[in-house]
Design a protein around this ligand. Sequence first.
Ligand code: ATP
Ligand code: MG
Length: 210
Amino acid sequence: MVGKEKAREKGNIGIMGGTFDPIHIGHLLAAEEAREKYNLEKVYFVPVGYPPHKKEELLSHAQHRYLMTVLATVNNPYFVISRIEMDASAHTYTYTIDTVTQFREILGPEKKLYFITGADAILDINTWKGYDELLQLCYFIAVTRPGYSLSRLEQKTSRELLSRISILTIPGVGISSTDIRERVKENKTIKYLTTSGVEQYILKNKLYCS
Ligand code: ATP
Ligand code: MG
C-alpha cells in the first residue's frame, strides 16, 4: 500500500492498472521496460475492483487476482501492489482518475506519475472518465502490443494532451489474459505465458475451469 512517508522520496512513479485475470508476461514486461526507460523508483500494480467496462460476474474474485499479482511480482524489488481499487467500497465503479488523484494526494506534488497502459487501452483514452483532467494529473506511457496500432492515437486526442503520452516500443508479447483463461478451460498448457507461481495458483484453485 502507498504510505505517507513515501512523499519525501524524490523520483518518478509508475502505476499500472489492470484486471490481471490473470497477470501474465505481457504485463510484467511492459512494467519492467517502463521502469528502466523512465527511471521509475517503483511501479505500483493496481488490480481493479469493479471495472466499469467489464462484467463483474465474469471476473475472478478480487482476492485471487490480487494474490496472483503478488506471486508474479515477488522477485522484482521495484514492483509493489496497491489494493487501493480493490478496497474501494464494493460495487462502486473504480475509475483511473480517482485512483491517480489518490496516488497524487498520498505521494505529494513532487513525484512525476506515469500511468502505464498497453496500446489497446490508450486507444480508448477518450472514453475514460475525466480523461482531460487525468492527462493533466499524470503522464502516460503507452507500450506497444501486437495487434494494436498506435498510429490512430493522433486522431483520438488533441496535440496538447498527446504531449503527455509517450509511446514505448517493447518486445512484442502476443499474450492476453483472455487467451490464458481459454487455454485453461480447454486443458491446454499455460506454461511460460505467465510465471510458474501464477500457473500453479490457477491449477491449485481450479480457476477458469468452467
Ligand atoms: P483481458 O484479455 O482480460 O482484457 P489483458 O491481457 O488485456 O486481459 P488487462 O488486465 O486487461 O490484460 O490489461 C492491463 C493493462 O496491460 C492494459 O493497459 C493492457 O493494454 C496492458 N497489456 C495487457 N497485455 C499486454 C501485452 N501482451 N502487451 C502489452 N500490454 C499489455
Ligand atoms: Mg484487456
